[in-house]
Design a protein. Sequence first.
Length: 325
Amino acid sequence: MIVWGVAGTGAMATLFLEDTKAIESGEFKAVFSSNSDRAQAFAQKHDLGFAYSDYQELLANPDIDAIYIAGVHTTHDQMAIAALNAGKHVLVEKPLSLSVTQTEAVIAAAKANNRFCAEALWTRFSPTFSAVVDQVKSGKIGEVRHISANFGFRVNVDDHQQRLLNPQLAGGAMFDIGIYPLLLPTFVLGEPEHIHANVVMADTGVDLASDVLLSYPHGVSASLTYRLDTHLPTKAVISGTQGYVEFESPWFAANAVHWSIAGQPIETEYFTLTNRGWGYEFDEVNRCIKAGLVESPKHTWADALMLAKLMERIRSEYGPIYPFE
C-alpha cells in the first residue's frame, strides 16, 4: 500500500480524502498546513497520524511515499518540486502549474528523481470519459468535426477577498473551472491552430468568464464556455460526420452519455461509478507507483504540457496576467 501525505487542508483536500477512503491501494497518514491549528484539526477529522506545520518535516518523514498537493494554485509547482527532490511521488491538484516554464520544471524534477508525477485532473481518470473517448477515437461517430463544452456557476462577484477572485492567488475562471472544457478538445483533437476568445474580467483583474473558439485544420473547431457569474448546464458534446455523443451533466464526472448515430434512435449508455471520481484517479496513481511508472498513460506529462501551453496562449493574448508575473 502506498502511504500518502496531503499538503493543504481546504475544501479540495477534504473532498479528495473522503472520496478515496475506501480505496485499498493507498492510505493517507499525514497532513501539512502552514497553520498548525488547521493541520491538527484536519488530522483529527480524517484520522491521520501526523500533522505538520513545516512542509520540510512532512517531506522528511520516511514513512510517507507520496504527496497529494492541494494548496492554492501559486504554490503547486514549488511544492511539487520540493517533494520530488525529497524522493516523494506527487499528485498535484490542477492546474499543475501556472505556466509552461513551471510545468516543464516540475516534469524535469520528476525525471531527475525518477519519481511519479501527475496533474490531478480527475476527468482523465473517469471510466466514463475513458470509455467514451475510446469509442469516439475508434470511429463510432465518424470523423470528429466539432466539440462543445461548458462549465459555470455563480459566485458572489462582490466578495473580492475570496480565493476565486483573488489575483494574488491566481484566481479566476480558467484555472479553477475552465481547465475542464479546455481539456476535452486537447485530448481528442490536440493543439489548435488558432484561438479566439472573449474574456470578461472581474473588478479584481481575474478572468470572470470566457467564450473560447479553437480552430483546427480542415474546418474542425471547438466552442468552450466557462463562467463564474452564471449557472451553465455543464454539458459537453462531441460531434462527428456520423453522429454525436452528449455527456450528461456534470459532463466531467458523468455517469451517462447519449449516443446519436445518424438514422438510429438515441441510445443512452450508463456507467456504474463506485466513487465520485477522485477514487479512480487515486487508484490509478497508486497502480502506476507500484508498477514503477513515473507518469500515467491516462494523463501523461505531454498531456499536461499541452494543456499548459493552451492556457498560456489564451492568457498571453486575452488575459489575465497576474500581479506577480
